[in-house]
Design a protein around this ligand. Structure first.
Ligand code: 9YT
Length: 137
């Protein structure tokens, strides 16, 4: 059984801040936990836009707080995000993620699991699992 609290994550190496300061990811479950997926709470800061393209992962995202939108870059379709909305990047969809005037609080599941220390590269992606360094357990 694994039990963790937000208080334990915050201030530890499982709390990862984006290099562009657009988000913080609190990584409750990472690859080293051997669940086959990772599970994060992510805060997307208000009034930000982030280009994301998870070429090497699929991700499901469930919004519990805030308001924003995603825009898929291939076709320009905009999907509103608010509490109760889930989206899944099942096709490795390249997209902009925008938070409006309040922070977005999102619960995120990645497969394969994140090693734990990933931040986006210049494409907005994370490295392949076999290129990952293994973060703190
Ligand atoms: C929704 C999303 O992908 N936000 C960027 C951070 C990511 N969720 C993460 O690493 O937790």
């Amino acid at each position: 059984m694994i039990v963790r609290t937000l208080g334990e994550i915050e201030g530890s190496s499982r709390e990862v801040f984006a290099e562009n300061s657009n988000w913080v990811s609190k990584r409750f479950l990472i690859a080293g936990d051997n669940m086959g997926f990772s599970f994060n709470e992510t805060i997307i800061y208000a009034n930000t836009e982030t280009l994301i393209w998870y070429k090497n992962h699929v991700e499901a995202v469930y919004c519990v707080e805030g308001e924003g939108e995603i825009e898929t870059t291939e076709d320009g379709v905009v999907y509103p995000i608010k509490p109760g909305t889930m989206y899944a990047l099942d096709k490795h969809d390249r997209h902009f993620l925008r938070a409006y005037e309040k922070d977005l609080r999102l619960l995120c599941v990645f497969n394969p699991a994140l090693a734990g220390d990933e931040v986006h590269d210049e494409d907005g992606s994370y490295v392949k699992p076999d290129q990952q360094s293994v973060a703190e357990k």
